[in-house]
Design a protein around this ligand. Structure first.
Ligand SMILES: NC(=O)c1ccc[n+]([C@@H]2O[C@H](COP(=O)([O-])OP(=O)(O)OC[C@H]3O[C@@H](n4cnc5c(N)ncnc54)[C@H](O)[C@@H]3O)[C@@H](O)[C@H]2O)c1
Length: 355
Protein backbone atom coordinates (compact mmCIF):
# COMPACT_ATOMS: atom_id res chain seq x y z
CA UNK A 1 0.00 0.00 0.00
CA UNK A 2 1.29 3.45 -0.88
CA UNK A 3 0.45 6.81 0.60
CA UNK A 4 0.15 8.43 -2.78
CA UNK A 5 -2.92 10.59 -3.16
CA UNK A 6 -5.71 9.10 -5.24
CA UNK A 7 -6.45 11.15 -8.36
CA UNK A 8 -9.96 12.63 -8.40
CA UNK A 9 -12.21 11.67 -11.29
CA UNK A 10 -12.31 14.45 -13.86
CA UNK A 11 -15.92 15.25 -12.94
CA UNK A 12 -14.84 16.04 -9.35
CA UNK A 13 -12.13 18.49 -10.34
CA UNK A 14 -13.27 21.99 -9.51
CA UNK A 15 -13.55 24.19 -12.59
CA UNK A 16 -10.61 26.56 -12.95
CA UNK A 17 -11.52 29.96 -11.59
CA UNK A 18 -9.67 32.98 -12.92
CA UNK A 19 -7.13 34.15 -10.33
CA UNK A 20 -6.93 37.88 -9.82
CA UNK A 21 -3.60 37.86 -8.07
CA UNK A 22 -1.09 35.20 -7.24
CA UNK A 23 0.20 33.93 -3.92
CA UNK A 24 3.30 35.77 -2.80
CA UNK A 25 6.62 34.05 -2.25
CA UNK A 26 6.76 32.18 -5.56
CA UNK A 27 10.26 31.98 -6.95
CA UNK A 28 10.00 33.75 -10.29
CA UNK A 29 7.51 35.39 -12.58
CA UNK A 30 10.03 35.97 -15.31
CA UNK A 31 8.85 33.31 -17.76
CA UNK A 32 5.19 33.90 -17.11
CA UNK A 33 3.54 35.98 -19.80
CA UNK A 34 2.82 39.55 -18.87
CA UNK A 35 -0.94 40.01 -18.59
CA UNK A 36 -1.00 43.03 -20.86
CA UNK A 37 1.46 42.05 -23.58
CA UNK A 38 1.28 38.25 -23.45
CA UNK A 39 5.10 38.27 -23.57
CA UNK A 40 7.63 37.38 -20.87
CA UNK A 41 8.07 40.09 -18.26
CA UNK A 42 10.14 43.00 -19.47
CA UNK A 43 11.47 45.91 -17.41
CA UNK A 44 13.03 49.04 -18.96
CA UNK A 45 15.49 51.24 -17.09
CA UNK A 46 16.20 54.75 -18.34
CA UNK A 47 19.43 56.10 -16.86
CA UNK A 48 21.92 53.43 -15.89
CA UNK A 49 24.27 55.36 -13.65
CA UNK A 50 24.77 54.24 -10.06
CA UNK A 51 21.05 53.97 -9.21
CA UNK A 52 19.88 52.49 -12.52
CA UNK A 53 22.68 49.91 -12.71
CA UNK A 54 22.29 48.90 -9.04
CA UNK A 55 18.59 48.36 -9.73
CA UNK A 56 19.40 46.34 -12.89
CA UNK A 57 21.82 44.14 -10.93
CA UNK A 58 19.33 43.56 -8.10
CA UNK A 59 16.63 42.84 -10.67
CA UNK A 60 18.78 40.21 -12.35
CA UNK A 61 19.49 38.53 -9.01
CA UNK A 62 15.81 38.69 -8.05
CA UNK A 63 14.70 36.68 -11.09
CA UNK A 64 11.65 38.94 -11.48
CA UNK A 65 12.30 39.91 -15.11
CA UNK A 66 12.78 37.84 -18.26
CA UNK A 67 14.06 40.86 -20.15
CA UNK A 68 15.84 44.02 -19.00
CA UNK A 69 16.41 46.92 -21.40
CA UNK A 70 18.96 49.57 -20.44
CA UNK A 71 18.63 53.05 -21.96
CA UNK A 72 21.01 55.94 -21.35
CA UNK A 73 22.08 59.13 -23.12
CA UNK A 74 25.54 57.57 -22.83
CA UNK A 75 24.75 54.52 -24.96
CA UNK A 76 28.22 53.07 -24.49
CA UNK A 77 27.69 53.01 -20.78
CA UNK A 78 24.39 51.16 -21.25
CA UNK A 79 26.19 48.67 -23.51
CA UNK A 80 28.96 48.15 -20.96
CA UNK A 81 26.44 47.60 -18.15
CA UNK A 82 24.50 45.13 -20.33
CA UNK A 83 27.68 43.16 -21.09
CA UNK A 84 28.75 43.04 -17.44
CA UNK A 85 25.25 42.01 -16.29
CA UNK A 86 24.97 39.36 -19.01
CA UNK A 87 28.12 37.72 -17.63
CA UNK A 88 26.33 37.33 -14.29
CA UNK A 89 23.38 35.52 -15.92
CA UNK A 90 25.00 32.05 -15.53
CA UNK A 91 25.13 32.72 -11.76
CA UNK A 92 21.58 34.10 -11.61
CA UNK A 93 18.48 33.53 -13.76
CA UNK A 94 17.95 33.23 -17.51
CA UNK A 95 17.40 36.88 -18.42
CA UNK A 96 17.78 38.75 -21.70
CA UNK A 97 19.65 41.99 -21.03
CA UNK A 98 20.49 44.56 -23.70
CA UNK A 99 21.19 48.24 -24.26
CA UNK A 100 18.34 49.81 -26.16
CA UNK A 101 16.51 52.87 -27.44
CA UNK A 102 13.28 54.45 -26.21
CA UNK A 103 11.29 52.40 -28.72
CA UNK A 104 12.45 49.33 -26.74
CA UNK A 105 10.30 50.44 -23.79
CA UNK A 106 7.45 48.95 -25.81
CA UNK A 107 5.80 46.14 -23.87
CA UNK A 108 7.68 46.81 -20.62
CA UNK A 109 5.50 46.16 -17.57
CA UNK A 110 7.49 48.83 -15.71
CA UNK A 111 9.86 51.57 -16.87
CA UNK A 112 12.06 52.97 -14.10
CA UNK A 113 13.58 56.40 -14.71
CA UNK A 114 16.86 57.05 -12.90
CA UNK A 115 18.31 59.43 -15.50
CA UNK A 116 19.50 62.82 -14.46
CA UNK A 117 22.36 65.16 -13.86
CA UNK A 118 24.07 65.98 -10.59
CA UNK A 119 24.51 69.42 -9.02
CA UNK A 120 27.32 71.51 -10.58
CA UNK A 121 29.52 73.55 -8.21
CA UNK A 122 27.72 76.81 -7.40
CA UNK A 123 24.47 75.64 -8.95
CA UNK A 124 21.29 76.30 -6.96
CA UNK A 125 18.82 73.53 -6.25
CA UNK A 126 16.28 75.22 -8.50
CA UNK A 127 18.76 75.37 -11.39
CA UNK A 128 19.38 71.65 -10.95
CA UNK A 129 15.63 71.01 -10.93
CA UNK A 130 15.29 72.96 -14.15
CA UNK A 131 17.97 70.88 -15.83
CA UNK A 132 16.45 67.59 -14.73
CA UNK A 133 12.97 68.82 -15.69
CA UNK A 134 14.32 69.61 -19.18
CA UNK A 135 15.75 66.07 -19.40
CA UNK A 136 12.38 64.65 -18.38
CA UNK A 137 10.77 66.79 -21.11
CA UNK A 138 12.81 64.78 -23.62
CA UNK A 139 12.51 61.36 -21.98
CA UNK A 140 8.93 61.03 -20.75
CA UNK A 141 6.98 61.61 -24.00
CA UNK A 142 9.20 59.03 -25.73
CA UNK A 143 8.56 56.40 -23.05
CA UNK A 144 4.81 57.07 -23.10
CA UNK A 145 4.69 56.94 -26.89
CA UNK A 146 6.53 53.60 -27.00
CA UNK A 147 4.58 52.14 -24.09
CA UNK A 148 1.18 53.71 -23.40
CA UNK A 149 0.05 50.67 -21.38
CA UNK A 150 2.98 50.36 -18.95
CA UNK A 151 3.75 51.78 -15.52
CA UNK A 152 6.40 54.48 -15.03
CA UNK A 153 8.32 54.70 -11.74
CA UNK A 154 10.50 57.78 -11.21
CA UNK A 155 13.61 57.65 -9.02
CA UNK A 156 15.47 60.80 -10.19
CA UNK A 157 15.60 63.70 -7.72
CA UNK A 158 13.82 65.84 -6.80
CA UNK A 159 11.59 62.83 -7.11
CA UNK A 160 8.27 64.45 -6.14
CA UNK A 161 8.59 67.32 -8.61
CA UNK A 162 9.79 65.02 -11.39
CA UNK A 163 6.94 62.60 -10.69
CA UNK A 164 4.52 65.52 -11.09
CA UNK A 165 6.19 66.43 -14.40
CA UNK A 166 5.99 62.79 -15.51
CA UNK A 167 2.27 62.61 -14.71
CA UNK A 168 1.69 65.76 -16.76
CA UNK A 169 4.00 64.99 -19.68
CA UNK A 170 3.24 61.30 -20.12
CA UNK A 171 -0.52 61.72 -20.49
CA UNK A 172 -0.83 58.33 -18.74
CA UNK A 173 -3.43 57.80 -16.01
CA UNK A 174 -2.02 58.96 -12.65
CA UNK A 175 -2.65 55.41 -11.39
CA UNK A 176 0.29 54.26 -13.54
CA UNK A 177 2.81 57.00 -12.79
CA UNK A 178 4.49 57.33 -9.43
CA UNK A 179 7.82 58.04 -7.78
CA UNK A 180 9.95 56.09 -5.33
CA UNK A 181 9.11 58.94 -2.93
CA UNK A 182 9.90 58.27 0.70
CA UNK A 183 10.27 54.51 0.29
CA UNK A 184 13.95 54.96 1.14
CA UNK A 185 13.36 57.42 4.00
CA UNK A 186 10.80 55.03 5.46
CA UNK A 187 13.34 52.18 5.25
CA UNK A 188 15.96 54.37 6.95
CA UNK A 189 13.48 55.36 9.66
CA UNK A 190 12.54 51.73 10.33
CA UNK A 191 16.22 50.78 10.43
CA UNK A 192 17.14 53.59 12.89
CA UNK A 193 14.12 52.71 15.05
CA UNK A 194 14.96 49.01 14.96
CA UNK A 195 18.46 49.75 16.23
CA UNK A 196 17.00 51.69 19.14
CA UNK A 197 14.16 49.28 19.91
CA UNK A 198 16.16 46.06 19.46
CA UNK A 199 13.74 44.42 17.02
CA UNK A 200 13.95 43.41 13.36
CA UNK A 201 13.29 46.49 11.16
CA UNK A 202 10.64 44.43 9.35
CA UNK A 203 8.71 44.33 12.64
CA UNK A 204 8.76 48.12 12.97
CA UNK A 205 5.75 49.74 11.31
CA UNK A 206 6.48 53.40 10.80
CA UNK A 207 6.34 55.78 7.86
CA UNK A 208 7.98 58.90 6.57
CA UNK A 209 5.50 60.86 4.46
CA UNK A 210 5.47 64.10 2.44
CA UNK A 211 8.45 65.31 0.43
CA UNK A 212 11.43 63.05 -0.20
CA UNK A 213 13.69 65.76 1.19
CA UNK A 214 14.17 68.25 3.98
CA UNK A 215 10.46 68.82 4.74
CA UNK A 216 9.60 65.11 5.10
CA UNK A 217 7.45 64.10 8.07
CA UNK A 218 7.89 61.17 10.49
CA UNK A 219 4.52 59.78 11.55
CA UNK A 220 5.36 59.14 15.20
CA UNK A 221 1.73 59.06 16.29
CA UNK A 222 1.04 55.83 14.37
CA UNK A 223 4.45 54.13 14.64
CA UNK A 224 4.19 50.72 16.30
CA UNK A 225 5.71 47.32 16.97
CA UNK A 226 3.15 44.50 16.92
CA UNK A 227 0.42 47.08 17.21
CA UNK A 228 1.99 48.59 20.36
CA UNK A 229 2.53 52.33 19.98
CA UNK A 230 6.14 53.29 20.65
CA UNK A 231 5.62 54.93 24.08
CA UNK A 232 3.91 51.72 25.32
CA UNK A 233 6.44 49.40 23.69
CA UNK A 234 9.34 51.37 25.17
CA UNK A 235 7.78 51.65 28.67
CA UNK A 236 7.10 47.88 28.73
CA UNK A 237 10.64 47.07 27.62
CA UNK A 238 12.56 49.64 29.64
CA UNK A 239 13.76 51.53 26.55
CA UNK A 240 14.13 55.34 26.79
CA UNK A 241 12.13 57.38 24.26
CA UNK A 242 12.70 61.04 25.08
CA UNK A 243 11.95 63.80 22.60
CA UNK A 244 15.74 64.17 22.19
CA UNK A 245 16.03 60.51 21.20
CA UNK A 246 13.14 60.86 18.75
CA UNK A 247 14.66 64.02 17.30
CA UNK A 248 17.97 62.23 16.85
CA UNK A 249 16.40 59.20 15.16
CA UNK A 250 14.54 61.46 12.75
CA UNK A 251 17.51 63.69 11.94
CA UNK A 252 19.64 60.59 11.24
CA UNK A 253 16.87 59.43 8.89
CA UNK A 254 16.37 62.75 7.11
CA UNK A 255 20.08 63.56 6.79
CA UNK A 256 21.28 60.04 5.90
CA UNK A 257 21.82 60.91 2.23
CA UNK A 258 24.09 63.85 3.14
CA UNK A 259 26.12 61.61 5.48
CA UNK A 260 26.52 58.89 2.83
CA UNK A 261 27.28 61.33 0.00
CA UNK A 262 29.99 63.02 2.10
CA UNK A 263 31.65 59.61 2.51
CA UNK A 264 31.14 57.78 -0.81
CA UNK A 265 29.76 60.36 -3.23
CA UNK A 266 26.31 58.90 -3.89
CA UNK A 267 23.65 56.57 -2.52
CA UNK A 268 22.29 53.73 -4.62
CA UNK A 269 22.00 50.28 -2.99
CA UNK A 270 19.10 51.03 -0.66
CA UNK A 271 17.06 52.89 -3.27
CA UNK A 272 17.69 50.02 -5.70
CA UNK A 273 16.34 47.59 -3.09
CA UNK A 274 13.29 49.83 -2.69
CA UNK A 275 12.75 49.87 -6.46
CA UNK A 276 12.83 46.06 -6.37
CA UNK A 277 10.04 46.07 -3.75
CA UNK A 278 7.97 48.38 -5.97
CA UNK A 279 8.60 46.22 -9.06
CA UNK A 280 7.79 43.04 -7.16
CA UNK A 281 4.56 44.53 -5.81
CA UNK A 282 3.52 45.35 -9.38
CA UNK A 283 4.57 42.13 -11.11
CA UNK A 284 3.25 39.86 -8.38
CA UNK A 285 0.06 41.88 -7.96
CA UNK A 286 0.77 41.97 -4.25
CA UNK A 287 -1.25 44.95 -3.00
CA UNK A 288 1.80 45.91 -0.96
CA UNK A 289 1.68 49.11 1.09
CA UNK A 290 4.67 51.29 0.20
CA UNK A 291 5.30 54.99 0.79
CA UNK A 292 5.56 56.12 -2.82
CA UNK A 293 4.96 59.55 -4.32
CA UNK A 294 1.78 60.11 -6.29
CA UNK A 295 -0.58 62.90 -7.30
CA UNK A 296 -2.52 63.73 -4.14
CA UNK A 297 -5.90 65.37 -3.97
CA UNK A 298 -8.12 66.46 -1.12
CA UNK A 299 -5.94 65.38 1.80
CA UNK A 300 -5.57 67.82 4.73
CA UNK A 301 -6.12 70.62 2.17
CA UNK A 302 -3.46 69.25 -0.22
CA UNK A 303 -4.34 69.15 -3.91
CA UNK A 304 -2.44 68.72 -7.14
CA UNK A 305 1.10 67.95 -5.95
CA UNK A 306 2.97 64.65 -5.83
CA UNK A 307 4.15 63.57 -2.41
CA UNK A 308 4.37 60.33 -0.44
CA UNK A 309 1.73 58.58 1.59
CA UNK A 310 1.43 54.84 2.26
CA UNK A 311 -0.06 53.47 -0.96
CA UNK A 312 -1.38 50.07 -2.03
CA UNK A 313 0.52 48.91 -5.12
CA UNK A 314 -0.70 46.14 -7.41
CA UNK A 315 -0.36 45.03 -11.02
CA UNK A 316 -2.51 47.99 -12.05
CA UNK A 317 -0.22 50.47 -10.31
CA UNK A 318 -1.77 52.54 -7.52
CA UNK A 319 -4.80 50.78 -6.05
CA UNK A 320 -5.38 53.41 -3.37
CA UNK A 321 -3.59 55.99 -1.28
CA UNK A 322 -4.05 55.46 2.46
CA UNK A 323 -5.31 58.60 4.12
CA UNK A 324 -3.57 58.42 7.48
CA UNK A 325 -5.20 60.15 10.40
CA UNK A 326 -2.39 62.42 11.52
CA UNK A 327 -1.73 64.38 14.71
CA UNK A 328 -2.18 68.17 14.25
CA UNK A 329 1.62 68.64 14.10
CA UNK A 330 2.03 65.91 11.49
CA UNK A 331 -0.81 67.35 9.40
CA UNK A 332 0.90 70.78 9.54
CA UNK A 333 4.15 69.09 8.50
CA UNK A 334 2.68 67.40 5.44
CA UNK A 335 0.90 70.60 4.41
CA UNK A 336 4.25 72.40 4.67
CA UNK A 337 5.82 69.69 2.45
CA UNK A 338 3.07 70.27 -0.12
CA UNK A 339 3.74 74.05 -0.01
CA UNK A 340 7.47 73.52 -0.58
CA UNK A 341 6.75 71.26 -3.55
CA UNK A 342 4.10 73.59 -4.99
CA UNK A 343 6.56 76.52 -4.79
CA UNK A 344 9.16 74.53 -6.78
CA UNK A 345 6.61 73.52 -9.41
CA UNK A 346 5.42 77.13 -9.71
CA UNK A 347 8.95 78.45 -10.06
CA UNK A 348 9.64 75.92 -12.81
CA UNK A 349 6.72 77.34 -14.71
CA UNK A 350 8.27 80.86 -14.53
CA UNK A 351 10.82 81.69 -17.25
CA UNK A 352 14.45 81.06 -16.14
CA UNK A 353 16.43 84.21 -15.26
CA UNK A 354 19.55 84.72 -17.42
CA UNK A 355 22.73 83.51 -15.65
N1 LIG B 1 14.67 58.59 -5.09
C1 LIG B 1 15.66 58.26 -4.29
O1 LIG B 1 15.44 57.82 -3.16
C2 LIG B 1 17.06 58.41 -4.80
C3 LIG B 1 18.15 57.86 -4.10
C4 LIG B 1 19.42 58.02 -4.64
C5 LIG B 1 19.59 58.75 -5.82
N2 LIG B 1 18.52 59.26 -6.44
C6 LIG B 1 18.60 60.05 -7.68
O2 LIG B 1 18.73 59.19 -8.80
C7 LIG B 1 19.31 59.94 -9.88
C8 LIG B 1 20.44 59.13 -10.49
O3 LIG B 1 21.50 59.03 -9.56
P1 LIG B 1 22.85 58.27 -9.96
O4 LIG B 1 23.71 58.25 -8.74
O5 LIG B 1 22.52 57.02 -10.66
O6 LIG B 1 23.45 59.32 -11.03
P2 LIG B 1 24.49 58.98 -12.16
O7 LIG B 1 25.07 60.31 -12.57
O8 LIG B 1 25.39 57.89 -11.74
O9 LIG B 1 23.58 58.44 -13.37
C9 LIG B 1 22.71 59.24 -14.10
C10 LIG B 1 22.61 58.62 -15.48
O10 LIG B 1 21.64 59.35 -16.22
C11 LIG B 1 22.10 59.43 -17.55
N3 LIG B 1 21.45 60.54 -18.25
C12 LIG B 1 21.68 61.88 -18.12
N4 LIG B 1 20.89 62.54 -18.97
C13 LIG B 1 20.16 61.62 -19.66
C14 LIG B 1 19.17 61.71 -20.67
N5 LIG B 1 18.80 62.90 -21.19
N6 LIG B 1 18.65 60.57 -21.14
C15 LIG B 1 19.03 59.37 -20.64
N7 LIG B 1 19.97 59.23 -19.69
C16 LIG B 1 20.50 60.35 -19.19
C17 LIG B 1 23.60 59.63 -17.41
O11 LIG B 1 24.30 59.31 -18.62
C18 LIG B 1 23.92 58.68 -16.27
O12 LIG B 1 24.28 57.39 -16.73
C19 LIG B 1 19.77 61.27 -9.26
O13 LIG B 1 18.80 62.27 -9.54
C20 LIG B 1 19.78 60.98 -7.77
O14 LIG B 1 19.59 62.15 -7.00
C21 LIG B 1 17.26 59.10 -5.97
Amino acid sequence: MTNEPVASPASEVAPATPRRGRPTGEPSLAREADFQTGRPTKIAIVGVGMVGSSFAYSLLLSGLAAEIVLIDANHQRAEGEAMDLNHAVPFAHPTKICAGEYSDCEGAAVTVIAAGVGQKPGETRLELVRRNAAIFGQIVPRIAEANPEGIIVVATNPVDVLTYITVKQSGLPAQRVFGSGTILDTARFRYMLSEHLGVDPRSVHAYIIGEHGDSEVPVWSLANVAGMRLPTFCAENGIPLSSDTMGQIFSQTRDAAYEIISRKGATYYAVAAGLIKITEAILRDQNTVLSISSLISDYYGIDGVCLSLPTVISRRGIERVLRLELSPGEARGVRKSAEVLRATIDSLEEPARPA
